[in-house]
Design a protein around this ligand. Structure first.
Ligand code: ZN
Length: 300
């Protein structure tokens, strides 16, 4: 089953659901994630794709969880076309399982901080909102963010199952949903929704049992008259280039740049996707000259 996202409506309710197993595996491979990072990044990327699904074409959004936990910052960028990229500050963190015997995502992310969502809408200034973290487990953090910062009552479910393929860490299944009652929804529908959400199995269970996005929607909205709308393929994709990564080098201090030029070679890594770019001595000299010229200009 390829990664995909399905949109549907039902009796005054909007729901998006996604299966993201392959793109989580791509992130694990690119960033060499251990289990806590894999689960945290997988949930964050899935959440970002679900939030991005109601943007217009060419728009994008970034979700960042900054909870001062051992993982550091967890960030994902997503587009409504179904592309996502993301990274975590410290992918090699190992933590004991939490009290429920699960990967301790909340302990990794931490709870002393905020979840921030920035929407790039094509207007000059991006729109940013944030909310305090709830438990660092990401789904409830996003639910609270949507309520506090965007006044949108929602229910977000996210699940990432981590296991092994041979001796490699692997995502066995990942997915999620976001459910939002529309403004004209009736109380009777809200009551049925609440009862459904209490009864439905976890997203992790659903993806483990092989549910596709339609299956997740049918389970969450059991008994509802569901209208399926569009289906979009999802993938991990970064739009970095050697040019963009060279801008990271440009921002280094004079001494560090000078020493790179003297080494005659450097490798710089895109933080979002881990892609490595090689720079020759000549290229480094050009970057050094450019940086120094910019700084002279800045000093007037
Ligand atoms: Zn990249």
């Amino acid at each position: 089953m390829k990664d995909h996202l399905v949109k549907a409506t039902a009796e005054g309710v909007r729901i998006y659901a996604a299966v993201t197993t392959d793109l989580v595996n791509e992130a694990i491979r690119r960033h060499d994630c251990h289990a806590v990072a894999a689960a945290a990044l997988g949930r964050t990327m899935t959440g970002a794709l679900l939030l991005a699904a109601n943007l217009k074409n060419q728009e994008a959004l970034t979700v960042t969880l900054d909870g001062h936990g051992p993982l550091g910052r967890v960030t994902a960028d997503a587009t409504p076309e179904g592309f996502v990229r993301g990274y975590v500050g410290n992918p090699h963190v190992d933590l004991p399982q939490n009290a429920q015997g699960k990967i301790d995502v909340g302990g990794g992310v931490g709870t002393d901080g905020t979840v921030t969502v920035t929407r790039f809408t094509g207007l000059r200034n991006p729109v940013t909102g944030s909310a305090p973290l709830t438990d660092g487990e990401i789904a409830d953090d996003l639910t609270k963010y949507l309520y506090v910062s965007e006044q949108t009552p929602s229910s977000v479910g996210l699940g990432v199952l981590i296991g092994h393929a041979g001796d490699q860490l692997a995502c066995i299944g990942a997915g999620g949903f976001i459910l939002q009652p529309l403004p004209d929804v009736s109380d009777e529908v809200l009551d049925r929704l609440e009862a459904n959400l209490r009864a439905v199995k976890s997203v992790s269970r659903m993806v483990d049992e092989g549910y596709d996005a339609k299956g997740i929607i049918a389970a969450v909205l059991k008994g509802f008259d569901i209208h399926y709308l569009t289906q979009t393929e999802l993938a991990f994709r970064c739009h970095c280039s050697k040019q963009r990564v060279s801008e990271i080098l440009l921002s280094l201090g004079e001494k560090d740049l000078k020493s790179l030029v003297e080494d005659g070679h450097a490798e710089a890594c895109c933080p979002f996707c881990g892609e490595r770019y090689q720079f020759t001595g000549e290229e480094l000299q050009a970057i050094y000259d450019h940086a120094m010229a910019d700084r002279r200009d800045a000093q007037g």
